[in-house]
Each structure stands twice: as structure tokens, then as C-alpha cells.
Design a binder for this molecule. Structure first.
Ligand code: DGJ
Length: 733
């Protein structure tokens, strides 16, 4: 059992195959962190881990009251309003208006496995032996507030999952105005901070910068995890690279407004906080009630960012994403082919052509319902439009299935158009604040999913279609952030709960729909990658990575997304040129190679392609099908970064996907801009077995050992023109 209690020193040791995490219960009852790093063996004396900054004055040997100098302790879940002046992990407004909570150790217990969190997405284990959970209970003797801190350590990956649960055992209500999922104080050290920032069509670019004095705040206040920031932050030693160096990574299992904070204090130690954004949150705790935070995941790597990513990928594939194992079909989506302007005949033409090329699923995107010819009407009226589908949705689905394809459908269940029957009947069913303007974004409002009757109505409409029509796939879109985040169904002192209650409402709907239709494959989407987070991945195994389908832009987006999320979670499609988001003309081969490093599909009018282009598609589809399992379950090693830094011009991108047994691999390389008169270039591979001999099949085919391929590299072909790329299939012989 990878949990040990050192009673004499009051140390709690969580141990996995490769990682240890050690907590100290101080005599005052405060909980501190004394170690997070490579595995420490047991039994042994760990008392030397307890070491505090020496505050004694050499002239005055009087003992220092360390216990009450909370600012020098490396705390686990610090309170504010006391002698720790760093940002607190939580804040409770007590019935007397004060904000002090003196939570002190009460008890702890460990259990095999991991408890579920009702109503919230959470990591899980399929066997109890996969993880152990430690609960530490703390109590405030004055107010009756108590807190349970949850720590789960996963035996294989060493990943830690944390959350906090507050109980109001006092006689009167109190208000929780800050409740992070995790807090950690790292001892003094130099770090680079890394986060994933961007915008619509430019999601999740890597931002790496030295963490000096002060605090780095990464956050979303949009009600969704957002295009602009991802609920992820990492601290890396400055020399850490892809395959070496120390990195700590933190990721929140949540899809709403969040904050990630890394603050360096006066002594050079760094406090990391991750959880609900306190600017968008407050929760009234009635006497006897409790509040559970979302989960935060902590991953430690000594093998650089690559090691960090592979741990996250393995953890999420094995212990987060439900339905991860199912083979994902190659799809064709009509959005960029037709937008709102289609007929059933046009859709069938595309589907027939797609079936002939080997595509497996047709997805009918936005515009099939109400009278939706533009983005200004009908959301909420989930009934097919007879003008576009005269035979009805079912008739179209049946005909598509007759071509040999599965049928998938787009919904945007969380929204309502002011121009809709739903809104005319229920104008109060959207998030709003009485008397205030209702901001429309993309001509739509957000349904008030804090209300059970609103969720019921939408679930009824969506379920009716899923029951009636043979549908194998649903794309769940969400195209605007939350504004005027209030609900007429909540009393004034609970209005600031609306944002979090909305997210809980979304989770409730997702849970009920994915459980009611277990054979349907769900893909998440939020105007592309506006809600690409572990919360959504708990319900839906794949997410449309970005509305930007340009292959060159996708190099950055997919490379950076892979820092945390597995390739099996990233929807990636080949689209038309000039590209609809940026006008770039990239070769079809490069568009295919980039999209194949994810959940592959097409999003263009294939009926308009030339015979040669169709032949290329047929080859791509055959190639992907043969390697689908490798791509969806292999280990990723990033080889060259598309991001510019002091040592890298960002013109080359490379990665390799290696099967768990290392007998198969797929290497990818892209050169963005042509280089005139180049020298001989090579790409050093990684992750292979040095002793294996591989057949390497790219533009030419040859054999070489894993050692040669990693140490000396593979030779890159010479190219003419911009946006060129190559794939190499490696097979052990
Ligand atoms: C945004 C999505 O990201 C697109 O793929 C498409 O489904 C549109 N919405 C439809 O409105």
C-alpha cells in the first residue's frame, strides 16, 4: 500500500512506483509539504525532510515561534487573514463577518482506490490497486467549519489528484468566497512558468517565461475554460527541455472560470494555486451543508516536458476519459463545405463520395433545424428544417447509412437564439440579471442551466432525436462565453453561485445524455477549442481542437495542446485551400499529415476535388486506418518545436508516436518556409528501442537500428516550396 504514516515525526508519505509526496502535520495542527519528487523508499527515517528556514538571531539565541510564523511554512492549504501574507487557498466569510479560519489537523485516513465526486468530472480507477486516497480532516474550533483534503496518488504514473471539501458544522450560514482545488508551496528555486494562451483560431500557444518576483495569474472569467487560457500551468527549471529537466505540471478538471497562480515570495519559494476563479465565485453554506471543489491534477517529471506530457496522456487515457478505447471513425463534416447552405441531395452527394474513399462517418453540422439559414436564429428549436430536409432527418440518416457511413449530428444544447420559439415561450430561461441588457454574442444567449426545468426541456428534445434517428456521433458545440451571469431562480445571496452552478448544470446534462446513449460517440466543441479541458474529456473522448483547420496553424495548436492532452483527444481535419481561417494554401499532403496526428477527418466539399486529389485522400485514409491504434494509444515524443525561442526559429516541427511495445512508430516532420540552398538536414528520433531494427518507410524505404535513428537521425528529403512535410512509418523487423 503506497501510503505510510510516520507517527513519531507526524509525516504522511504517499508513494507511487516513481514519485513520493510527503506531508508534515505540525504540532500546531497546520499541514505542510516537505517533499514532492522521485520516490523515497520505505522504511527509513524521513525526519530530515522537516527543515524550516533558520530565523534565529545569532545575538539572541531565544527560540523562534516557528509554528506561528505561517509565512515561512510550506503549507498545503493555507488560510488568509493570519500571519501568512501569501495568497490564500480559500476564504470563508464567517457569520460574524470576519474572514479568519484557523483550520487545524483533526484526523486522517487512507483507503485503496479513489472515491467519485458526485456531480463533478473526476479521475477514476477501474481497479482499486491503481491508486490510493488519503483524506485529511481539519477543523476550526471557533466556527465549526471543517475541511477535508483529498489526495489520490496513482501507482503507475505517480500523478496526484487533489480536491477540498468544506463542511459548515456551525449553527449559521457562512460564505465561501475562494476555494482552490490545490495549493502547493515549492521550496526556493529558479523556475520558468509555462502556460497555454491564445484566442479563437489560435488556441493554446506555449508561453514560457522566467518566474521572477511577483505573481503570474493565468485565468478565465468567461464561464468556460476558454480559448484565451487553458486551466494548465507548469513550472520548469530553466534548463528543462523536451526530454530532460525538472518540471511540475498542474491541470484543473473543470470547464468554467478558473485561476492558476504562481507567486514567488520574499524567500524565493513559489506558491501555486489552481481552482475556481474567486472573481466569479461565492457559495453560501447553510448549517449542515458541504461544498466540494473540482479536482486538480499534479504531475512531476524529471524527463522534461516530454515526460510530463506522457504522464498526463497515460493518466487521462487510463483514468479520466470514458470510452477512450473505442476506435474512432474517420469522419467528414459538412461545415466548411456548405456552411448553412445545403440540401439533403448535396449532403448525400458528399456522403456517397466519402463512402467510396473509405471515410466512415458523416457529420451534419449547424443549420439542419428550425429556420437556421444564418447564425441569427433557431437555437433551442431542435426540430429539423423541412425546407432543407424534406424527407426528414431520419430519412437522411437512413440514406447515409445505406452508403455505408455512420451518421452524426451537431447540437448546441446550451444556447437559445432570441429569434426562436423556445425564447418566445420562455424569455426568462436565459442567464440574465433583471433590468440589465442581455448581451448577445453570435446573436445568441446562454440558457440558464442552473435550472432543472431548463435542462429537462433540452434533454427531452435532444433525446427524442437520438432515439428516433440512427445517430452514432454527436458534436456538442458551445459558441459564446457567459455574460450577465445571473439567474432569476436564485436568491440575491446566491447570485454569485450562478457561474459554477451553470457548469454543474452542463455536467448534469452531459452525464445524463452520455449514459442514456452509451453507443453514441460524443465530441466536445466550443467555437473550436474554447473548452478543451479534462472536465469535458471525462464525458467526451474527443474535442474539436480549433476552428482553425489550416495545417500550418495546426502545427502550433496541436503541438502545444499535446503538452497536456493526448492525441486521441484532438479532432483534426483536412480542409480546403485557400484555408477559410487564414487564406493559406498548404499542400494536400501536409494537410493530411498534420490531421493524421489526431482524430482524423475531412471538412471540405470532396465532390469538388480532382481525381488526383481523391486518390490522395484514398491513400491518406488507408494509411491512417492501418495506424489508427498506434496514433490513438502510442507515446508521443516531440522532436522540434514550431515556437520561436532564443535557440529555435520555429521553422521546423517534428514529433514521433511510438507504440507501447516500441515495435511500431510514426514520425512526422514539417518545414514551414522554404530554405534556399539548404545543407543536409536530419531529424533525430526518440522513444525507440535502441536494440530494435526498424524498416523506415517514407519517401524511400530502408532499415536502421533504433540507436542509429535516435543518435544519427533520419535524413530529411530536400523540398521545393513552403509548407512541406513528411511522414515515416517505422516497423520493427
Ligand atoms: C463552431 C464550431 O467550432 C464549428 O466547427 C461549427 O460547428 C460552427 N460552430 C457551427 O456553427
Amino acid at each position: 500500500m503506497p501510503y505510510f504514516f510516520h507517527e513519531k515525526d507526524s509525516l504522511l508519505h504517499l508513494q507511487s512506483k516513481a514519485v513520493s509526496y510527503v506531508l508534515k502535520i505540525y504540532p500546531s495542527g497546520l499541514i505542510g509539504n516537505v517533499y514532492w519528487g522521485p520516490r523515497l523508499s520505505e522504511p527509513q527515517d524521513l525526519s530530515s525532510l522537516i527543515c524550516l528556514r533558520d530565523l534565529r538571531n545569532p545575538e539572541d539565541p531565544a527560540p523562534v515561534d516557528y509554528e506561528n510564523r505561517e509565512d515561512i511554512l510550506y503549507q498545503e492549504y493555507p488560510s488568509g487573514g493570519v500571519s501568512d501574507f501569501r495568497p490564500p487557498a480559500f476564504r470563508v466569510v464567517n457569520p460574524d463577518g470576519s474572514v479568519i479560519s484557523n483550520l487545524r489537523y483533526h484526523s486522517h485516513r487512507a483507503e485503496p482506490g479513489k472515491p467519485a465526486l458526485p456531480g463533478l468530472p473526476a479521475l477514476w480507477c477501474s481497479r482499486q490497486e491503481e491508486a490510493d486516497t488519503l483524506r485529511i480532516r481539519l477543523e476550526d474550533a471557533l466556527t465549526g467549519l471543517s475541511l477535508e483534503l483529498f489526495y489520490t496518488i496513482f501507482t503507475d504514473t505517480g500523478a496526484l489528484v487533489r480536491s477540498a471539501r468544506f463542511f459548515n458544522n456551525g449553527p449559521e450560514p457562512c460564505f465561501l468566497t475562494r476555494a482552490f482545488s490545490l495549493s502547493l508551496d515549492l521550496p526556493p528555486g529558479e523556475f520558468d512558468s509555462i502556460h497555454l494562451a491564445g484566442s479563437w483560431a489560435r488556441e493554446r500557444h506555449i508561453v514560457r517565461q522566467p518566474l521572477k518576483g511577483g505573481a503570474l495569474l493565468v485565468e478565465s472569467s468567461r464561464g468556460i475554460s476558454s480559448h484565451q487560457e487553458n486551466p494548465f500551468i507548469a513550472l520548469a527549471e530553466p534548463s528543462a527541455g523536451e526530454e530532460k529537466g525538472l518540471v511540475y505540471g498542474f491541470n484543473l478538471v473543470y470547464s468554467g472560470s478558473f485561476s492558476a497562480l504562481a507567486a514567488r515570495d520574499q524567500f524565493g519559494s513559489t506558491r501555486v494555486l489552481l481552482g475556481l476563479n474567486p472573481e466569479c465565485f461565492s457559495w453560501k453554506l447553510e448549517a449542515g451543508e458541504h461544498f466540494q471543489t473540482p479536482e486538480g491534477v499534479m504531475v512531476f517529471s524529471r524527463e522534461g516536458l516530454g515526460g510530463l506530457s506522457r504522464t498526463f496522456h497515460r493518466l487521462y487515457r487510463n483514468n479520466l476519459i470514458r470510452g477512450q478505447d473505442r476506435e474512432r471513425p474517420i469522419l467528414i463534416n459538412n461545415w466548411e463545405a456548405t456552411y448553412f447552405n445545403f440540401t439533403a441531395d448535396k449532403i448525400l452527394d458528399i456522403a456517397r463520395e466519402a463512402a467510396a474513399l473509405g471515410i466512415e462517418l458523416f457529420v451534419l453540422d449547424d443549420g439542419w433545424f428550425g429556420r437556421r439559414d444564418k447564425d441569427n436564429s433557431s437555437l433551442g428549436d431542435w426540430v429539423e428544417d423541412p425546407r432543407k430536409l424534406p424527407g426528414g432527418l431520419k430519412d437522411l440518416a437512413v440514406k447515409i447509412r445505406e452508403t455505408g457511413l455512420q451518421f452524426g449530428l451537431w447540437f448546441e444544447p446550451e444556447m437559445v437564439s432570441p429569434d426562436s420559439r423556445l425564447y418566445r415561450e420562455h424569455p426568462d430561461w436565459c442567464l440574465h440579471v433583471k433590468g440589465r441588457h442581455r448581451t448577445e454574442i453570435r446573436n445568441q444567449l446562454v440558457l440558464d442551466l442552473t435550472r432543472a426545468e431548463v435542462r429537462e426541456a433540452i434533454i427531452r428534445m435532444v433525446s427524442a432525436i437520438l432515439q428516433e434517428v440512427p445517430i452514432s456521433y454527436v458534436k456538442w458545440d458551445m459558441n459564446r462565453p457567459l455574460t450577465e451571469t445571473g439567474s432569476p431562480a436564485l436568491p440575491p445571496d446566491r447570485q454569485r453561485e450562478t457561474g459554477h452552478r451553470y457548469v454543474l448544470g452542463v455536467y448534469d446534462m452531459m452525464e445524463r445524455l452520455v449514459s442514456a446513449f452509451p453507443r453514441v460517440l460524443f465530441e466536445g466543441c466550443a467555437g473550436g477549442g474554447g473548452r478543451f479541458d479534462p472536465g469535458i474529456l471525462y464525458y467526451m473522448p474527443q474535442i474539436w481542437t480549433s476552428d482553425n483547420s489550416d495545417a500550418v496553424e495546426r502545427l502550433k495548436i496541436q503541438y502545444a495542446t499535446s503538452l497536456v492532452y493526448p492525441l486521441s483527444s484532438m479532432g483534426a481535419h483536412v480542409s480546403a485551400v485557400p484555408n477559410h481561417q487564414c487564406g493559406r494554401i498548404a499542400p494536400l499532403e501536409t494537410r493530411g499529415s498534420v490531421a493524421m496526428s489526431g482524430i482524423f477527418g475531412y471538412e471540405l466539399d470532396i465532390t469538388a476535388l480532382s481525381p488526383e486529389e481523391k486518390e490522395t485522400l484514398r491513400r491518406q485514409i488507408g494509411f491512417y486506418k492501418e495506424r489508427r491504434r498506434l496514433i490513438q494509444t502510442g507515446d508521443l515524443y516531440r522532436l522540434k518545436s514550431p515556437f520561436i525561442d532564443s535557440r529555435n526559429d520555429g521553422n521546423e516541427t517534428g514529433w514521433i508516436i511510438v507504440s507501447p511495445g516500441k515495435d511500431q512508430a510514426l514520425a512526422f516532420y514539417a518545414r514551414t518556409l522554404a530554405v534556399p540552398n539548404p545543407g543536409l538536414a536530419v531529424l533525430n528520433l526518440a522513444g525507440l528501442d535502441r536494440g530494435f531494427t526498424y524498416r523506415v518507410t517514407g519517401k524511400t524505404s530502408y532499415t536502421a537500428s533504433g540507436e542509429v535513428l535516435m543518435q544519427a537521425g533520419i535524413r530529411l528529403p530536400s523540398w521545393w516550396g513552403d509548407f512541406q512535410s513528411c511522414l515515416w512509418a517505422l516497423q520493427k523487423i
